[in-house]
Design a protein around this ligand. Structure first.
Ligand code: NAG
Ligand code: NAG
Length: 469
């Protein structure tokens, strides 16, 4: 017998044995045997969890980012069973969408919506489901497809989150927040349970640095980059008025600056030849208008920096069509101008609606009303916080205490339960902070850090909001 034939017989025998074994134990053959195509030299499976934490057509860009990311994972070779998608799914079918059933993430881009799995949509996009899916805990999931990141100790996990945020929090479509402490606790827990060999977290949100600053350990195999540091907005892009802007029939931003930077870079390269660190540099350059910060934000790295040397391929595979497109410096030279601060991107939408509707029509009056409502809701939240600061600490000290930023390396808050309680106390008196109001999370954290109790907070919030209402 030739050596190859003998080897083949041996393999066949092994497979039969495994089949027998797995039939007996109820396990699947995948539990024993990994095909070489899955690992390409490195053992382990690639998993991805992709989440857009917003809803509403004016937030088009977050779900567009997530759909685009899904297409990258698929072209990279990940299987649907290893990709968990959270998106509200109210964009493609929205009456505002000029291209029904289609979502784009670039002015000249094609549809990124086709084929995206609807694992968790609508009211199933929650903090509880997201953490359960990340942890691989199927029994803790409520609703949705039930798909979770059922990864093991040899596996590589990629997480991408695109949404609004605030100091120490990320948004969800409901008025529910994912607090940094709970997210980092889940990452530690998954690491301790042998849930991955390494995990990469890409995060787009305002003040996204505050999610990991002083909280993410360097020794749990997690590498993270964020769109912004702990105290600034992140930015939407391809917005009306930008160059390039969206096609004229779109009244909304199509993407986010940091998100499209990593995805458009991943779209065109052989990701075997590009490390995480190299992509970080490219994304940082683009997100800061080539280091000028004339617009954009500071892209940051957190966690285990050694992982930065690993190839992107390890986590998100690579598109075989790019096999000859080796990573170089060419990619950072894209020229374009304009981008809109994440928090103002919804105003752009309401403004566009107003501007575009014909003078004297009911549509114009309605658009004007909506724009003014959004603006006055914002100023109500801002003035209530200013009053709360003054009531608690005096009118001179109030804004200083609430606005104080801790030095780099320190977490936003010492007591996260206190932070949650403060937010609850505020919302009970004043209504939801919502997307825009999340920017005040640092004030709530500072109120906790100053030792104010929940009852005192409830009292001043009720006073402040009675005035501000
Ligand atoms: C999974 O979630 C359930 C329900 O919340 C919980 O009781 C259980 O302890 C969790 N399992 C693990 C391994 O964390
Ligand atoms: C890469 O280049 C080789 C050699 O020129 C060629 O045979 C191959 O088809 C190219 N692959 C792709 C995906 O373009």
């Amino acid at each position: 017998m030739a050596a190859t034939t003998r080897l083949r017989c041996l393999l066949l025998l092994l497979v039969q044995l495994l089949l027998l074994l797995s039939a007996a134990s109820g396990a699947r053959w995948q539990d024993f045997l990994r095909l070489p195509s899955e690992g390409d030299g490195a053992a382990g499976t690639r998993w991805a969890i992709l989440i857009a934490g917003s809803n509403g057509y004016y937030n088009y860009r977050h779900q567009a980012d997530v759909c685009h990311a899904y297409q990258i994972m698929r072209k990279g070779g990940l299987k649907d069973e290893n990709i968990v998608v959270f998106m509200y799914d109210d964009i493609a079918g929205s009456p505002d969408n000029p291209r029904p059933g289609v979502i784009i993430n670039h002015p000249a881009g094609g549809d990124v919506y086709a084929g995206v799995p609807k694992d968790y949509t609508g009211k199933d996009v929650t903090v509880g489901n997201f953490l359960a899916a990340l942890l691989g805990n199927r029994s803790a999931v409520a609703g949705g497809s039930g798909k979770v990141v059922a990864s093991g100790p040899d596996d590589h996990v990629f997480v991408f989150y695109s949404d609004h945020g605030g100091p120490g929090v990320l948004g969800m479509p409901s008025d529910d927040y994912l607090y940094a402490k709970d997210l980092v606790r889940a990452l530690k827990q998954k690491h301790a349970a042998g849930g991955f060999k390494s995990l990469v977290f890409y995060l787009e949100a305002c003040e996204s640095g505050s999610i990991f600053e002083g909280l993410l350990p360097k020794d749990i195999g997690v590498y993270a980059t964020t769109a912004a540091n702990a105290e600034e907005s992140s930015w939407g892009t391809y917005c009306p008025g930008d160059n390039p802007g969206p096609p004229p029939e779109f009244d909304t931003c199509l993407g986010d600056l940091y998100s499209v930077a990593w995805m458009e870079d991943s779209d065109v390269h052989n990701l075997r030849t590009e490390s995480l660190k190299q992509q970080y540099e490219v994304v940082k350059d683009r997100t800061s208008a080539h280091g000028t910060y004339s617009l954009g934000s500071h892209v940051m790295q957190y966690g285990d920096q050694h992982l930065g040397a690993q190839s992107l391929f390890q986590f998100i595979g690579t598109n075989p069509a790019n096999d000859n497109a080796t990573f170089g410096r060419d990619n950072s030279l894209r020229l374009y101008s304009g981008a809109v601060n994440q928090r103002d991107a919804d105003l752009v939408y309401f403004w566009q609606k107003y501007k575009k509707s014909a003078e004297g029509t009911p549509q114009k009056a309605e658009a004007r009303k909506r724009l003014l409502e959004v603006m006055s809701r914002r100023s109500r939240v801002d003035s209530s916080m200013e009053l709360i600061g003054a009531l608690l600490f005096g009118s001179d000290e109030g804004s200083r205490v609430l606005g104080a930023v801790r030095p780099a390396g320190q977490p936003l808050a010492d007591d996260w339960d206190c932070l949650k309680a403060m937010v609850r106390a505020y919302e009970a008196q004043c209504g939801p902070l919502a997307q825009y109001g999340m920017k005040h999370m640092r004030s709530f954290a500072n109120i906790c850090n100053a030792g104010v109790g929940e009852d005192a907070m409830a009292k001043v919030a009720s006073q402040a909001c009675a005035v501000a209402r």
